[in-house]
Write a protein that binds this ligand. Structure first.
Ligand code: GUE
Length: 281
């Protein structure tokens, strides 16, 4: 038996179709959602991601506003771009593409954003709202993971979930999202200080691997029938490797591969955050 595919690419395509309908409804109210991106420098990966986000916008009917700065941009230059998007009524949501060049203060830039326009859901005010469980834009990858599981009917209520990785974009907010009353999962957050990772993963109904360590989760660690979602990407000898070993699919009940799993869902949730910000107008 091989695991059922949690097809993020197909699910994201369905969600984009649904968002296109909501964008049409907004047009009838005279509102056009607009996504802004701030990209600093010429990292090839970041260039590809940002280009992908603008393509997604075009598909759904969202206007996009691109601010590309050279890697020589100063803190004041990037702050000026943030201030412009905060003030621009055509921009209903935006992101600052991460990682930024090392000479820039990422934290100060994120805190300078208007929390109402934070399409990533990573502004401290919005992460704080997630802790307080009040309505706010949600971090895209955690939200994408929850929606992917829901659309495949993987039970979340009462499930034992092991999240591997405590990063700000995935692991930490995912724990907060899954332990809300609506989701009601029991979450164990594992990280590099975890003593015996295998003993935790073995008990999990759902495993989310977001540590950035190639093939960290192996078949012998996985409970038969569990859902395993691969969120890690690393480059090993020029090839892309996820956090989940390939043979896990022979043990798991569901697998979200990388690529084709959580990545496309992250992008779809970015669009959802922009549409929802426009709907709140
Ligand atoms: N402010 C900010 N917000 C982000 O959300 C953000 C960021 N910075 N910096 C970089 C990471 C990475 N990230 C990905 C999203 C989708 C795919 C994705 O869709 N990947 C495809 C394959 C690649 C493709 O289709 O182009 C897949 O998994 O199937 C990958 C990576 C968002 N990030």
């Amino acid at each position: 038996m091989t695991a059922r595919l949690l097809d993020g690419k197909a699910t994201a395509a369905t969600i984009k179709g649904e968002l296109a309908e909501r964008v049409k409804a907004l047009a009838n109210r005279g509102i056009t959602p607009g996504l802004g991106t701030i990209l600093v420098g010429d990292d090839p990966g970041s260039q590809i991601y940002v280009a992908g986000k603008h393509r997604d916008c075009a598909e759904v009917g969202i206007t996009s506003i691109r601010k590309d700065l050279p890697d020589t941009a100063t803190q004041a230059d990037v702050e000026a771009a943030v201030d412009e998007l905060n003030a621009d009524p055509a921009c209903t949501g935006y992101i600052v593409q991460l990682p930024l060049p090392r000479h820039l203060d990422t934290q100060a830039l994120i805190e300078r954003m208007d929390p109402a326009k934070d399409a990533d859901g990573l502004h401290p005010v919005n992460l704080g709202r997630l802790v307080h469980m009040v309505d706010a834009p949600l971090p895209c990858t955690p939200r994408g993971i929850v929606v992917l599981l829901q659309r495949y009917g993987v039970p979340i209520k009462g499930a034992e979930v092991v999240v591997v990785g405590r990063g700000i974009t995935v692991g930490r907010p995912l724990g907060l999202l899954l332990t809300r009353r609506a989701e009601n999962a029991t979450v164990t957050l594992c990280h590099t200080g975890t003593q015996d990772l295998a003993s935790h993963v073995r008990r999990a109904d759902i495993v989310v691997a977001a540590a950035g360590v190639p093939h960290l989760v192996t078949a012998d660690m996985v409970k038969p029938g569990a859902a395993v979602l691969d969120v890690g990407v690393s480059r090993v000898d020029g090839k892309i490797a996820g956090d989940v070993a390939p043979d896990v699919r022979e043990v798991a009940g569901f697998v979200a591969p990388n690529p084709g799993g959580v990545g496309p869902m992250t992008r779809a949730m970015l669009l959802a955050n922009v549409v929802e910000a426009a709907e709140r107008h």
